[in-house]
Design a protein around this ligand. Structure first.
Ligand code: GMT
Length: 377
């Protein structure tokens, strides 16, 4: 198949998932065309059947807001025609679903029929999408999609609760390449972060409000008082200055290392002893799944789709949103006993196996075949 993938090219979960999906589909022999405004961060190396088309948005003095969606629709029309694409798969509804709808309608006028699939990732529904500034367009373009997928049962339910959706939403969970994330820790790297063999507590995110970074810091504060440990923070975003300040206020800025955005996450997960994800909401929590694939137990909130991957008391613990006391206690339960820690690590990896790339990507491939068969009828 000739598949067009539209996504955000950044470190966010939706872009990461879309890129990993495209790479896996290319490995299966499909031609995959990424269409976005920048080379996706996880799209490294060369593959004969992966193509990248950049959306250019020319500026003009009149434009206070350059019209990205218009440029994207026009690029989609061009790429579909010139590369004989069979279907478009757009990740994150805003503005990708409406841009795909517009491209589909333009192409229809030229006698070209291109179905599009929309994958909902989370905040496109639960936060940004339901805002009335966007809601009518989001709702309409989701309904116009030839197929809709959501990354968890929770997100499917949220979508039905927040929008009048007239079609079925297929749940296809996030996935991970279990082999790639099962790395041996690099000793020298571990020593840089934890020179005295301290435990390494990891958090990785885009440092937005929804991630509740202050809860990461307070949970670590509770852990460090009893367990020699270091805090490793990966990623960047608006909450980072607040987080750095809080570490200074609590007097442990020397023990907290902010390393910014990182490419080789598998090396980082490999040295972590525990992963903290105290988010207000996660449709799924791809970072937690990648950490689990590396055998890292999770301390998270009982929010959104997180209970669909984390089994309380087995491969991690779930607490109520904002309950840092419980998160600290649970972390200490895991870390204070080597035997307990090991059993949680093994269970984390076993759980991640269920979401292995080899189990999930064929579900997308089958959906593509179904959509194409329906489009030909
Ligand atoms: O919140 C993020 O980390 C970024 C966000 C995105 O849209 O790029 O991630 C969302 O999509 C991921 C992949 O499907 C999910 O695993 C994340 O849970 C989801 N984030 C939220 O729902 C807040």
């Amino acid at each position: 198949m000739n598949i067009g993938i539209v996504c955000y090219p950044t470190f966010g979960g939706s872009g990461v998932l879309a890129t990993e999906l495209g790479k896996a589909l290319a490995d299966m022999g499909h031609n995959v065309h990424f269409i976005t405004y920048q080379q996706p961060v996880r799209l490294t190396g060369f593959s004969a059947n992966i193509f990248y088309h950049e959306v250019r948005v020319p500026t003009y003095p009149l434009f206070d807001f350059p019209p990205y969606e218009t440029a994207l629709s026009s690029t989609l029309v061009d790429v579909v025609k010139n590369n004989h694409l069979d279907l478009l798969h757009v990740h994150y509804a805003i503005p990708h679903a409406s841009a795909a709808y517009m491209a589909k309608k333009i192409l229809e006028h030229e006698g070209i029929h291109i179905p599009f699939i929309t994958t909902l990732h989370g905040t496109d529904i639960t936060l940004v999408g339901k805002d009335k500034t966007y809601a009518p367009v989001v709702s309409f373009s989701i309904n116009q999609s030839d197929a809709i997928t959501a990354v968890s049962n929770n997100l499917r339910e949220e979508t039905f609760a927040n929008f009048k959706i007239e079609k079925e939403i297929t749940v296809i969970h996030n996935f991970v390449d279990i082999h790639r994330f099962n790395k041996k820790p690099i000793d020298a790297f571990r020593k840089v972060i934890a020179p005295e063999g301290e435990k390494i507590i990891l958090h990785a995110s885009n440092f937005r409000k929804i991630k509740r970074i202050a809860d990461v810091i307070h949970t670590y504060d509770a852990i460090r008082k009893e367990i020699p440990s270091k805090l490793l923070l990966v990623g960047d975003g608006p909450e980072r200055p607040m987080a750095e300040e809080l570490c200074r206020e609590l007097g442990f800025d020397e023990d907290a290392r902010f390393v910014g955005k990182q490419q080789d996450m598998e090396e980082i997960y490999a040295i972590a002893d525990l992963f903290l994800l105290p988010s207000e909401y996660e449709s799924f929590g791809l970072a937690a799944l990648e950490a689990m694939a590396a055998g890292t137990p999770i301390i998270a909130t009982n929010a959104g789709g997180l209970p669909e991957i984390i089994t309380h008391g087995k491969n991690g613990f779930l607490s109520e949103i904002g309950d840092v006391k419980s998160m600290g206690e649970n972390a200490k339960k895991i870390l204070s006993n080597e035997k307990t820690h090991n059993s949680f690590k093994i269970a984390a990896r076993e759980q991640a196996l269920k979401f292995d790339i080899d189990n999930i990507v064929p579900l997308y491939e089958s959906l593509y075949k179904k959509v194409l068969a329906e489009a030909r009828q």
